[in-house]
Design a protein around this ligand. Sequence first.
Ligand code: ATP
Ligand code: MG
Length: 272
Amino acid sequence: MYSSSANINVLRPLDVANLSEKNTAIEIENLNLYYRKKQVLHDISMRIPKGKVTAFIGPSGCGKSTIMRSINRMNDLVEGCKVEGAIRLLGHDIYGEDVDVSALRRRIGMVFQKPNPFPKTVYENVIFGLRLQGIRNSRVLDDCCERALRGAGLWDEVKNRLHESAVSLAAGQQQRLVIARAIAIEPEVLLLDEPTSSLDPISTLTIEELINDLKTKYTVVIVTHNMQQAARVSDFTAFVHMGRIVEYADTDTVFTSPKEKKTEDYITGRIG
Ligand SMILES: Nc1ncnc2c1ncn2[C@@H]1O[C@H](COP(=O)(O)OP(=O)(O)OP(=O)(O)O)[C@@H](O)[C@H]1O
Ligand SMILES: [Mg+2]
């Protein structure tokens, strides 16, 4: 049966429906979002666990990117966008009046579908956020650059190309560079919106392996159209349909014994 309130109570050891505050990175509560008169997200409530990978899946236009953009307030830039409800990062309302949005985006990094390195060198891309923070010490910058590139699984490939243009890298390398740029400033949460959909299978695999490593340090939230990918990389999966969370549980349950017919129809290819 399709339930619109849709937080399914499945009792399991890692149970996102009953996640404690201590284990929660992001809490979304009664989120409604409108683009002008059109309501795009409906009453979304969920807790995203710390140090895990949570995937959002669902048909095109269901609101996955909108959810991601709400989490780091990218929708602030969209005229006519109205947000109701609350989103908390480690217990703090990110829509609170005193929130510094640039500081928030340092804590919640985002990577998009198409790699978007700046037209600068590899090195300058990685340390971009650190320069913005006013860090000048070249030793510190060099160390951070190396650490971030290692973290993104790119160091060995680019260590001799640090001063070449980032746009000369292959697409899969550019996407890992963008991930390095995001992790250089040590965010708490990484939002990845279809990070591999413009990449070849080998680069996709490299990024999937990277996502697995990243969760040891970060909370990762990923949107993907590729259900095999969601099954491979995520610990938890939320199925979104027409702006609602239909089902949210551990990935295994969602893919092998979904509770909702809509989820089953989607994962078996009957809708979407
Ligand atoms: N800036 C905007 N202004 C008006 N409507 C928008 C805007 N951005 C998105 N929408 C609408 O909101 C709905 C959700 O869009 P969203 O981009 O979140 O979907 P999605 O699930 O990410 O889709 P896809 O899988 O194609 O990326 C769609 O109907 C879309 O047309
Ligand atoms: Mg999208």
